[in-house]
Design a protein around this ligand. Structure first.
Ligand code: PLP
Length: 282
């Protein structure tokens, strides 16, 4: 496992971040997480594009070009010798005496961490996951992948304490997304996922799955999903870079569909694995 800060590679456990780093003190930054399969960073371009969009949304310019960032991503994979793992990328406004106002002439900080291995969701992919609803108390710009994750952490922790694996964030009667994942439902063969407006993160896994489904002549409606629709769905999934596709078999203790991972889940997982195999050849 190795890291990179601004201009050099370092061991992950080495002290490096300056005390007045604005990401640390103010949460003034954005991030990405991507998966490495067979030594290849999956959907690297998409993650770099979203990193730039998030940074620009809070008036930060990327400290390096996306081409240079892509080279760095590959360099770290080679240096750490990663076959399967993750890459965390963070860009903050920079280092300056603490002040709410944006400091002038500040240089953004770049911070990367490569890790061997990824979280293991195989148990929940086999048995299905339990999710619990939590009121979505986040701000109105959840399309920005900001490092301010407190509401997401509190929600996931709450779901975990009830025995669940993920929180389903709800606004009034609407189911929006997970604390770190997007939502899909299927009813009578019809796929639905909430529209990617400013109220949710436009997940890259979500986009990939929509494309894969479309390639198989399956349309996905991008529109609001009520909690009732989730409860009455035949199958429910949460999707993210590290979870890929997670089948949800209960919401707030109420059984979804047959109460076990269904045929659409199996099909979707197979298509997703094919995509990964195509794009990440050893
Ligand atoms: N929604 C939120 C709030 C997230 O934090 C994440 C990922 O961490 C996702 C959705 C899924 O996005 P992606 O598929 O790009 O990992």
């Amino acid at each position: 496992n190795i890291a990179y800060f601004n201009d050099r590679f370092i061991p992950v456990d080495q002290a490096v971040v300056p005390i007045e780093e604005r990401g640390l003190q103010l949460g003034d930054g954005v991030y990405e997480v991507l998966c490495i399969y067979n030594g290849v960073p999956f959907t690297l371009k998409e993650h770099l594009d979203r990193l730039e969009q998030s940074a620009n949304a809070i008036e930060i310019d990327l400290p390096q070009s996306k081409e240079k960032l892509a080279e760095l991503a590959w360099e770290g994979i080679r240096k750490a010798g990663i076959e399967n793992g993750t890459l965390y990328m963070q860009v903050t406004r920079g280092t300056a005496p603490r002040n709410h106002l944006f400091p002038e002439n500040i240089t953004p900080n770049l911070y990367l961490v490569w890790k061997h291995g990824a979280p293991d969701f195989s148990k929940y992919k086999a048995e299905g996951a339990a999710v619990f609803t939590v009121a979505d108390e986040r701000w109105k710009n959840c399309y920005i992948k900001s490092i301010n994750l407190l509401p997401n952490l509190l929600a996931k922790e709450q779901a975990k304490r009830k025995g669940g694996q993920e929180a389903l964030l709800v606004q009034d009667e609407w189911a929006k997304e997970g604390s770190s994942s997007n939502l899909f439902i299927v009813k009578n063969g019809h796929f639905k996922t909430p529209q990617a407006d400013h109220s949710i993160l436009k997940g890259i896994t979500r986009q990939k799955l929509i494309t894969v489904l479309n390639e198989h002549q399956i349309k996905v409606s991008e529109q609001p999903i009520s909690l009732t629709e989730v409860l009455e769905a035949d199958e429910v999934f949460m999707t993210s870079t590290t979870m890929e596709v997670l089948p949800v078999v209960s919401v707030d203790g109420k059984q979804i569909g047959a109460g076990k991972p269904g045929d659409y889940f199996r099909q979707l997982t197979a298509w997703y694995s094919e995509l990964v195999a195509q794009e990440c050849k050893p």
